[in-house]
Design a binder for this molecule. Structure first.
Ligand code: TRP
Length: 336
């Protein structure tokens, strides 16, 4: 069997939070230590255009996400670590794939449908109000990301599974219409990776504004943890770990033995204040070494830039010749 190729993108909107860490960064870095497989991790900065984000925010987010992966120990000599916009073959392939994508397929994309539904609920006469073509054809850009590097496995959250299936459809159609060119990718949904809850008990997400930034400084981290929603049970009353954001977050960081101990403390009625303090100390200790490195990197953006440029150079050793083959397949060729 040929080598598995793992690839995943991170949209450059927002600051990395502990939900991203537990759900994507930590498992990604761990997986990339397996030298029998190849790994591509990239900053999906063109994807961030779908929502017309403030340019300075995109730059900042790109810097922070790159610094986070590097500070946490991604081995960038083995893994390919790059910025999407440094690979001009990706937007070029995106356009080529537009020719292989049924408009009806895009109509069915959950993210587009959700935007239309929001307009309809809001009583807008135009259901497409505020929806850009970049949002509409977002899955095609994502297909280009995936197909360009012949990815076999695409680790994503549940919400992105449909996009990977669309990439597969588009690839199949291309292979059928032209010649066998693309590898069919498969989504990998991390079943063991926790989906963390945020401060208010809903899923931790930048869109809910309920996140705990991964590299918040000590003071800010403590303040945020103290804000996590609990119920009104008093100290001494037994508490249910099955219904506790504090417990869920602790569990995502701690060892099984430590978790078993906290379970006992819940049964014995640990006070919420004490649990918050304990969680703060635990996460702070866990994150501290990487946070120091993160801060160093953030104040040396040229080091990050060099790393990304290097990653793009390696990735283009693949994308440049592959795009030449793709163009040949569709009849965009030199004359004579
Ligand atoms: N759309 C993905 C998200 O929002 C990010 C992404 C862009 C991606 N390109 C990708 C994920 C390619 C996997 C593969 O999470």
């Amino acid at each position: 069997m040929s080598k598995e190729i793992y690839l995943t993108g991170i949209t450059t909107t927002g600051t990395p939070h502990i939900g991203n860490y537990v759900g994507a960064i930590r498992p990604g870095i761990a997986a990339s230590k397996d030298l029998s497989t190849d790994h591509f991790y990239f900053l999906a900065d063109y994807h961030s255009l779908a929502k017309n984000e403030d340019p300075d925010k995109i730059v900042r987010s790109t810097l922070e996400i790159a610094a986070a992966w590097m500070a946490l120990g991604l081995d960038t000599r083995h893994a390919y670590f790059y910025r999407q916009s440094d690979i001009p073959e990706i937007p070029e392939l995106t356009w080529i794939l537009h020719g292989m994508t049924a408009k009806g397929l895009m109509n069915r994309a959950h993210s587009y449908k959700a935007a239309v539904a929001a307009n309809e609920e809001g009583g807008n006469r135009d259901p497409d109000k505020g929806i850009t073509m970049a949002l509409y054809s977002y899955p095609i850009l994502m297909a280009a990301d995936i197909l360009m590097f012949k990815s076999t496995k695409v680790p994503v959250g549940q919400d992105q599974k449909q996009h990977v299936e669309m990439a597969r459809d588009i690839a199949q159609r291309f292979n059928h219409n032209y010649r066998e060119t693309f590898v069919l990718p498969e989504a990998v949904i991390g079943e063991n990776t926790a989906v963390l809850k945020g401060l208010d008990g809903r899923k931790m997400s930048k869109s809910y504004n309920n996140t705990i930034p991964l590299f918040a400084n000590e003071k800010a981290l403590r303040k945020l943890i103290m804000k996590i929603k609990t119920n009104s049970l008093e100290p001494g009353e037994p508490k249910d770990p099955g219904d506790s954001t504090l417990f869920d977050i602790y569990k995502a960081f701690a060892t099984p033995n430590e978790v078993a101990d906290i379970r006992k403390q819940y049964a014995e009625g640990i006070a919420w204040g004490a649990m918050k303090q304990l969680l703060f100390e635990y996460i702070n200790e866990h994150i501290k070494p990487a946070r120091d490195e993160y801060e160093r990197l953030i104040s040396n953006p040229a080091d990050i830039e060099a790393e990304l440029k290097n990653g793009a150079e390696r990735a283009r050793e693949i994308s440049v010749p592959f795009l030449a083959r793709i163009r040949d397949a569709i009849g965009i060729r030199p004359l004579g």
